[in-house]
Design a binder for this molecule. Structure first.
Ligand SMILES: [Zn+2]
Length: 280
């Protein structure tokens, strides 16, 4: 039995608000809570429990907040790709998407010494070109899809999905999917967001959310011999007091349960070893 937990952070800082056109001082301040306050708290907590983590950092954050990004990298965590502007790829042309991939990847190389192995799309919405572009640019894994929960899988390319026809599925590619879900993401549970068209209520009791997060691990523990559970946090979301306490309880409890904490790239490598890609 081997149960792996990946603690991951999408370090959006202010880029998520900018991508939605929310550039007035209050949303900007909401985002800058991440680099200015939360990152050092989170790094201290990860250090206390010796938890290696994966951080998906948009190019905008890398270029705007170099010091906190350097601290994350120096602490030994994985630096993954999270777009440049935080616009979801599905909203970009192929050319724009590739430009963002390259531009942010150069910043990642400057910071970490090598290009990103892992990609997580802003807002978890890949475009029809993403898989091809990720393979072209040497990515090993993606972490933006929900087709499994505890078992990584190979990403398909070339699906034909039309309204009044049965779906035709494309071929598997070597790209490994490290699946995520909104339920294991702090953002929808905790953040109150009001736009002209949408109200996201958020503001959940952190202990109730923690209970769900732990139960999803208990299900893995009780039902699979090998598996990966991937949690997604945002510094500006999880970095508030009561949520930091929930994060600490999560890490403590997982540790007591004998979980193995890994960076997502290492968990992907372990999956690759257990399930080598077969062509044809
Ligand atoms: Zn993000």
């Amino acid at each position: 039995m081997r149960h792996i937990a990946c603690i991951t952070f999408d370090f959006d800082a202010i880029s998520g608000w900018i991508a939605r056109g929310m550039t007035s001082p209050s949303p900007i301040s909401r985002g800058e809570f991440g680099p200015n306050v939360a990152v050092s708290r989170i790094l201290a907590l990860l250090k206390k429990y010796a938890v290696p983590a994966s951080w998906y950092i948009p190019g905008h954050t890398l270029e705007t907040y170099p010091d906190p990004c350097r601290q994350v990298c120096d602490a030994g965590h994985e630096i993954g790709h999270h777009g440049w502007t935080h616009r979801p790829p599905a909203s970009l042309t192929r050319e724009q998407e590739e430009e963002e991939l390259v531009r942010a990847n150069e910043q990642i190389k400057k910071l970490a010494g090598c290009y990103a192995r892992g990609y997580r799309s802003p807002s978890w919405d890949l475009s029809p070109h993403s898989v091809e572009l990720l393979l072209k640019h040497g990515f090993i894994y993606d972490s933006s899809m929900m087709g499994d929960d505890y078992t990584p899988y190979r990403v398909r390319q070339g699906d034909i999905i039309e309204l009044e026809k049965p779906a035709v599925f494309g071929k598997e590619t070597p790209l490994i999917e490290m699946p995520i879900s909104w339920t294991l993401d702090d953002y929808p549970h905790f953040e109150f967001v009001r736009t002209p068209t949408v109200i996201q209520q958020g503001l959940m009791n952190a202990n109730n959310v923690l209970a769900n997060w732990l139960d999803d691990f208990m299900y893995l523990r009780d039902n699979l011999e090998w598996g990966v559970i991937t949690y997604t946090f945002h510094p500006f979301v999880i970095g508030r007091g009561h949520r930091m306490m929930a994060l600490e309880k999560l890490i403590q409890t997982l540790k007591e349960q004998g979980v193995v904490f890994m960076k997502l790239e290492d968990a992907a490598a372990e999956y690759q070893k257990r399930n080598p890609f077969k062509t044809g």
